[in-house]
Write a protein of this length. Structure first.
Length: 466
C-alpha cells in the first residue's frame, strides 16, 4: 500500500470532513467564534451580552444628569474665557460665548440620591439600578468621527466596531440569528445619518460584522423565498454551494470563503428564525403597554422590545440608535420630543429584563457620541453646541453597581475634573464584564496586535462593579 501524503489525504477527505463539520455545526449550539477562540473568555464573566442604547446626535448632559447650580447663576452672562481658551469648539468658534442655564429642574431620586432632570421621569424611577458616569471625555467633536471613535476606539475608518470585537471574542449564543444586530429609529431635531461602517468588522473576519434589521417592513431584505421556491430546494442549493466553496478553499485557504459559507447557512436559518422574532403576537398586551410599543412602527419603543427578544434568543451584542439628539436650537422643544420617545421604553427595557431574571447578565449602556456645551447657541430658542470635554453616560446590569455615581465636571459642566473616564475606559469596563481583558484581547493585523482599547493602557472602572 502506498502511503498517502498529507496533501493527498486532505484533498481526498477534506470535503467529507467539511460536510461532517457542517452537520455538527448545524446540529449544535457551538458558534464559529467560540471554535476560533477556545481561550476566551479570559476570566469569569458577569455579563453574557450587551445592549448599547445610543442617543445619536449627542444628548445634553446639562439637561439630563449633570446638575450645576452655578450654570443658572451665570445664565446669559459671558462664558468665562478661562474655561474656553484654546479649547475645541464645533460651531461656536469665533462667536461671543454666553452661558446658558439649565432648561429644566433637577431632583434627587432613589436611595442613592441620583440627580436626574425632569426630562427623564421614567429614568428617575430606576435611579438605584443605573451607574451614572458624569466625567466622560472623547476625542472627536463632529458626529460621524465621534460615532466612529465611540464604536471602534479610534477615528480611523475601517476598524472593527465594539460589537464585532465582542462577537469575535465570545461568539454568539444562537445559530439562528446574527451575533451582532443593529436597530435604528428616528425622532427629534436634525437626525444625523448613521453609516453602516459603524458596525463593520473592519480587519476582523467579516462574519463578525453587525447586521442591520429594518425597524418596519421586512426586517431583513430578501429573507423570504420567492414564490415557487420550497425550503427543501433552498436547503439543497445552500448545501451544494457550501460543498463547492469548501472544495475551492482546500486550494486557496481564504478565510473569507469560510465567511461566505457561514453567511449562506445563517441566511437559510434566518428565513425561519427572523419571522418568529418579529412576530410579537405571543407578547401579552401588558408587555406592549409597558414599552408603549406599536409593533412594526419603527419606533425606539418597538426596538427596545425587539432588543429584549433578541437578547432572549442569544444575540450577543444589540445596538440601538435613536437619531434626533443634535440640539443646536430649540433645546426645550426637542428635549421634550427625544425624551418623550426614549425615556419610558428605556425604563421598560430594564424593568422587563429584571423581572425575567436577565438584567443580572445583560450589560445595558446608555449615552451619545458626546455631550453639549454650557454655552448658548442659536437665535431665539436656545440650543447647545457639540462638546467633548465632559458629558454623561450610564450603565446598568451585567454586574454593574446600581445607584452609583462616578466622576464630576467643573462648576459649569465644561471640563471633566474628577475620575475622568475616556471612551477606551468605557470599552475596557464593558469587555471586563464579558470576561475579556481589554489590554490583552487582541487580533494580529499588519504586524501589530490590534485592540479595541488601542495602544494606551485602558482602565477598568472597578468602582462601578458590584
Amino acid at each position: 500500500m502506498n502511503p498517502l501524503t498529507r496533501r493527498a489525504f486532505l484533498n481526498q477527505t477534506g470535503l467529507g470532513l467539511g460536510s461532517a463539520a457542517l452537520a455538527s455545526l448545524m446540529g449544535s449550539n457551538t458558534s464559529f467564534a467560540s471554535v476560533s477562540n477556545p481561550q476566551l473568555p479570559q476570566f469569569a464573566a458577569k455579563a453574557k451580552r450587551v445592549i448599547f442604547l445610543c442617543m445619536a446626535g449627542g444628548p445634553s448632559h446639562l439637561e439630563t444628569f449633570d446638575y450645576k447650580p452655578d450654570l443658572n447663576k451665570l445664565n446669559g452672562q459671558p462664558m468665562p474665557e478661562s474655561f474656553t481658551r484654546g479649547q475645541p469648539i464645533a460651531q461656536l468658534q469665533g462667536q461671543d460665548l454666553k452661558v446658558l442655564g439649565h432648561q429644566t429642574e433637577f431632583r434627587r431620586y432613589g436611595k442613592s440620591g441620583q440627580m436626574i432632570s425632569d426630562y427623564l421621569p421614567w429614568t428617575a424611577k430606576m435611579a438605584d439600578e443605573i451607574a451614572v458616569i458624569r466625567s466622560m471625555v472623547t476625542e472627536q467633536i463632529n458626529h460621524d468621527p465621534a460615532h466612529t471613535f465611540m464604536n471602534t476606539g479610534t477615528a480611523i475608518s475601517g476598524r472593527p466596531s465594539m460589537g464585532s470585537w465582542v462577537n469575535y471574542g465570545l461568539g454568539s449564543d444562537t445559530e439562528d440569528l446574527p451575533g451582532f444586530v443593529v436597530l435604528t429609529s428616528v425622532g427629534g431635531r436634525n437626525p444625523q445619518p448613521i453609516a453602516s461602517r459603524q458596525w463593520s468588522a473592519g480587519f476582523l473576519p467579516s462574519r463578525y460584522q453587525g447586521v442591520e434589521f429594518n425597524a418596519s417592513g421586512d426586517p431583513v431584505h430578501y429573507v423570504s423565498n420567492p414564490k415557487g421556491v420550497l425550503p427543501s430546494q433552498q436547503k439543497a442549493l445552500v448545501n451544494a454551494i457550501g460543498q463547492l466553496d469548501r472544495r475551492r478553499n482546500l486550494q486557496v485557504h481564504n478565510p473569507e470563503i469560510d465567511t461566505r459559507i457561514a453567511a449562506y447557512e445563517m441566511a437559510f436559518r434566518m428565513q425561519t428564525s427572523v419571522p418568529g422574532l418579529m412576530d410579537v403576537s405571543d407578547e401579552p398586551q401588558s408587555v406592549l403597554d409597558l414599552y408603549g410599543a406599536t409593533p412594526g412602527d419603527g419606533s425606539y419603543a418597538s426596538n427596545c422590545l425587539l432588543a429584549r427578544r433578541l437578547a432572549e434568543r442569544g444575540v450577543r451584542f444589540i445596538h440601538l440608535y435613536h437619531r434626533g439628539w443634535d440640539h443646536h436650537g430649540d433645546l426645550k422643544k426637542y428635549m421634550d420630543i427625544c425624551c418623550g420617545l426614549t425615556d419610558r421604553p428605556t425604563w421598560a427595557l430594564l424593568t422587563d429584563l429584571k423581572r425575567r431574571g436577565m438584567l443580572d447578565d445583560t450589560l445595558v449602556i446608555w449615552g451619545g457620541e458626546f455631550g453639549r456645551t454650557p454655552m448658548f447657541q442659536g437665535k431665539g430658542d436656545a440650543g447647545r453646541d457639540h462638546h467633548i470635554k465632559g458629558f454623561s453616560m450610564w450603565m446598568a446590569g451585567g454586574g454593574i453597581k446600581g445607584g452609583a455615581s462616578y466622576g464630576e465636571t467643573d462648576e459649569l459642566g465644561y471640563n471633566a475634573v474628577k475620575d475622568i473616564v475616556h471612551v477606551r475606559d468605557l470599552h475596557a469596563t464593558m469587555l471586563n464584564q464579558l470576561g475579556l481583558d481589554g489590554n490583552r484581547f487582541a487580533f494580529p493585523f499588519q504586524g501589530l496586535d490590534m485592540k479595541l482599547t488601542g495602544v494606551e493602557e485602558a482602565r477598568v472602572l472597578r468602582e462601578l462593579i458590584a
